[in-house]
Design a protein around this ligand. Sequence first.
Ligand code: IDP
Ligand code: MG
Length: 148
Amino acid sequence: MERSLVLIKPDAIQRGLAGEIISRLEKKGLTIVAMKMLYMDKNLAQRHYAIHKGKAFFNDLVSFITSSPVIAIVFQGKNAVEMIRRMMGETDPARAQPGSIRGDLGIDIGHNLIHGSDSIENASKEIDLFFSKEEIFSYDRELDRWIY
Ligand code: IDP
Ligand code: MG
């Protein structure tokens, strides 16, 4: 059973798309096990996006992600990391497949609505940046007995 960190980015909240995006992931069968709204401060943004430090878009990325609140969610499910990446679509909404979140709703590479962890290892690190152990819930769902 995998877990992945999803961020509903500031543009999604500004555009009133938080519910639509969360709903798509929830309807696919992923379980919400943690969720909070927060302002990411500069320090958290730089840690979360540390891998992109030094790239041309890094400063714009940090100032955008800290500009307005985000919703951080931990989704759990079978192959959650890859499933969410496929449902998000490619980084650039102009290239993202129709049917994907970015392909259907995204406007611009710098404002692409959603973050999702890109590997199991990074998911674990990112979840630790946003949530304490006590903020993550374990509970049974009947349907998980059919899937797993
Ligand atoms: P991902 O979000 O699909 O995993 P990454 O390559 O990890 O994409 O980049 C992190 C975020 O940085 C992207 O979601 C996007 O908002 C921003 N970004 C990536 N590449 C560019 C770019 O070339 N110009 C502007 N922003 C970019
Ligand atoms: Mg990434």
